[in-house]
Write a protein that binds this ligand. Structure first.
Ligand code: ADP
Ligand code: MG
Length: 412
């Protein structure tokens, strides 16, 4: 077992932790503290980069950024996550990230550790939106970061750190950018500064989340709709079963899935798999090999399941979505082949002990599953999952509930 690495403290402790770290870093008070949430994806997996639909919700776990302007045009970032702060001149960010990676550009350019590329990449991507940057008019800034979002568990600690940094800099630099633009800034940081080829879902979920609601996102138009979930009213909780198995976007599986999707769209003559409906699938069997066909079938049916989930929530409430969650998991396990034995055990055990629905969530190859469980069954399902993991010889999972929560805010 390699994770999880973050503690599950109440969100207020991220704010306190960031403030304490800021004091230790600078000896002064921050000008403000901003925070942004992680997210869980209710349904819609690997549909985002296919221009499709997703239905994530922001969670109560947050990353906080305590920040203050400084006069010398330098940016310094520190995190409770890392032993050393990282400091660079704002004017050097371009050399650092322009070539698409942490200092892989000009040989003379500075390099930074991976974690620092998230907040520094956000500063760099924001700067690209400011026309008079060349005049060097932006003040420098100190940022101290703390988080209670579990890292690498499929709950998007990356979008949380991007959202916290973007919110802080947006206000301190007086940019007045809207949440969708800030989400795009976070994605650019992750894609180009960090070098992780991820879609826009995580940042949109973090930036646009609302309490008791999910974010229905059309990944082509970036239009969103807030979808009431009503979990608490129905007596339901979302239990996260974090397997502790670390996923990595950089390993081959993720890229291979994307390549299959691109081949599928090209063979079917569409811009993206979003443009394929379940009725088109018989034609796809003739044009694609078995593996690519099953990858395409996952994406096409998953898009439909997202639409069906939105409809079922509105018509019949949250208990009506259980079968869609289960079908989503089966599709990821059998067609997209991104599940692992730990995730299958988590899902099967939760269902066997009364969960309304369950599925793996996030990119796959590790991370977490979610189960929709009656409030008074949470303890029994949790015990059963622990026992099943122990019997299978898996590392002990981390179990905790997540609550659909609000997006970014200024805390102090
Ligand atoms: P996740 O599913 O949690 O988003 P990612 O691999 O996308 O997993 O992002 C995790 C990475 O984000 C970490 O390895 C680290 O580089 C960075 N990160 C997340 N939270 C923090 C934090 N609080 N401080 C510093 N870096 C962080
Ligand atoms: Mg991430």
């Amino acid at each position: 077992m390699t994770g999880p690495t973050a503690t599950r403290t109440p969100a207020g402790e991220a704010v306190a932790g960031a403030t304490d770290l800021f004091h230790a870093l600078t000896g002064s008070e921050p000008e403000g503290v901003w925070s942004a949430p992680g997210r869980a994806n209710l349904i819609g997996e690997h549909t985002d980069y296919n221009d499709g639909f997703v239905l994530p919700f922001a969670i109560q776990h947050r990353t906080a950024a305590a920040a203050r302007l400084r006069g010398d045009g330098r940016i310094r970032v520190a995190s409770t996550f890392a032993p050393e702060p990282v400091e660079v001149a704002l004017a050097d960010l371009d050399a650092l990230f322009r070539a698409g990676g942490r200092g892989t550009g000009a040989p003379s350019a500075p390099t930074v550790p991976e974690w620092a590329a998230y907040p520094l990449g956000v500063a760099w991507a924001l700067r690209a939106l400011i026309p008079d940057w060349a005049g060097g008019t932006l003040p420098g800034v100190d940022i101290a970061i703390a988080s209670d979002v579990p890292v690498g568990a499929g709950l998007s600690s990356s979008a949380a750190i991007e959202g916290a940094a973007a919110s802080a800099l947006n206000e301190l630099w007086g940019l007045g950018l809207d949440p969708v633009t800030l989400a795009q800034v976070g994605r650019r940081a992750e894609n180009e500064a960090v070098g992780a080829p991820t879609g826009i879902m995580d940042q949109m979920a973090s930036m646009l989340g609302h309490a008791d609601a999910a974010v229905f996102l059309d990944c082509r138009s970036l239009e969103t709709r807030s979808i009431p979930l009503g979990f608490a009213e129905a007596g339901l909780e979302v239990l996260v079963i974090d397997t502790g198995v670390k996923h990595a976007h950089s390993t081959g599986g993720y890229g291979e899935r994307r390549a299959s999707c691109e081949r599928g769209a090209a063979a079917l003559g569409v811009a993206a798999l979003r443009d394929v409906t379940p009725a088109d699938l018989p034609r796809a069997t003739e044009l694609l090999d078995d593996v690519d066909f099953r990858r395409v079938r996952h994406v096409v049916t998953e898009d439909q399941r997202v639409l069906d989930t939105v409809a079922a929530l509105a018509a019949d409430g949250p208990r009506a979505i259980g079968d869609l969650l289960v079908a989503s998991h089966a599709s990821m396990r059998d067609d997209f082949e991104i599940s692992i034995p730990e995730l299958d055990t988590a899902v099967d055990t939760a269902l066997a002990h009364g969960a309304v629905g369950a599925r793996m969530t996030g990119g796959g190859f590790g991370g977490a599953a979610i189960a929709l469980v009656d409030h008074d069954r949470v303890a029994a399902v949790s015990d059963a999952v622990r026992a099943a993991f122990s019997a299978a010889g898996f590392a002990e999972p981390h179990l905790f509930t997540v609550v659909p929560s609000d997006g970014p805010r200024r805390d102090v």
